[in-house]
Design a protein around this ligand. Structure first.
Ligand code: ZN
Length: 169
């Protein structure tokens, strides 16, 4: 087992992510039963709401812009030949599995994004470019460019595993 997700004792990361999806769906149902808009505006969800639907580690990284310790993430050394990595917060497909490569950095790396689903925001001091889920504004990591990796595109999207949920198709 890669790690135990806090709050979901006994589940590994992937099972935990499924549990989170069910809990997230529960929030939507709850919202509609309270006669709120059918579509929850993810970009306006409060931190308290997010804390309810995410694991503590997902919340720390996605909503508080934290970084997981290098080499510890569930997907760091996971290289499927097909499938998609989606946002662990909202399910938005972010990266195709075939664009994942081994950067040796200790975090999952992708040379490309699924178009329009990831946005780039320069850090305030201009030193790095943050990447966010374009659907829920969840923090994913940073993108580094022209580092010399022999990838089809000269970009390394350095992403925390905690932000991702792998789907086989
Ligand atoms: Zn998202």
């Amino acid at each position: 087992m890669a790690f135990v997700v806090g709050g979901f004792t006994g589940l590994n990361g992937r099972s935990g992510a499924r549990a989170v999806s069910r809990r997230a769906a529960g929030v939507v149902m709850m919202a509609s039963s309270e006669k709120l808009a059918a579509d929850v505006d993810l970009k306006k969800m409060s931190l308290k709401d997010w804390e309810r639907v995410l694991t503590p580690e997902q919340f720390r990284v996605l909503r508080m812009k934290g970084t997981e310790y290098p080499g510890t993430g569930e997907y760091n050394k996971f290289f499927p030949t097909a499938g998609t990595f989606a946002c662990a917060g909202c399910g938005n497909p972010l990266f195709d599995a075939e664009t994942k490569f081994n950067s040796g950095s200790g975090w999952p790396a992708f040379y490309d994004v699924i178009e329009d689903n990831v946005k780039e925001v320069p850090d305030i001091d201009g030193s790095r470019i943050e990447i966010l889920c374009n659907n829920c504004d969840g923090h994913l990591g940073h993108v580094f460019k022209n580092e010399g990796f022999p990838t089809p595109k000269p970009n390394r999207h350095c992403v925390n595993s905690a932000c991702l949920e792998y789907r086989e198709n």
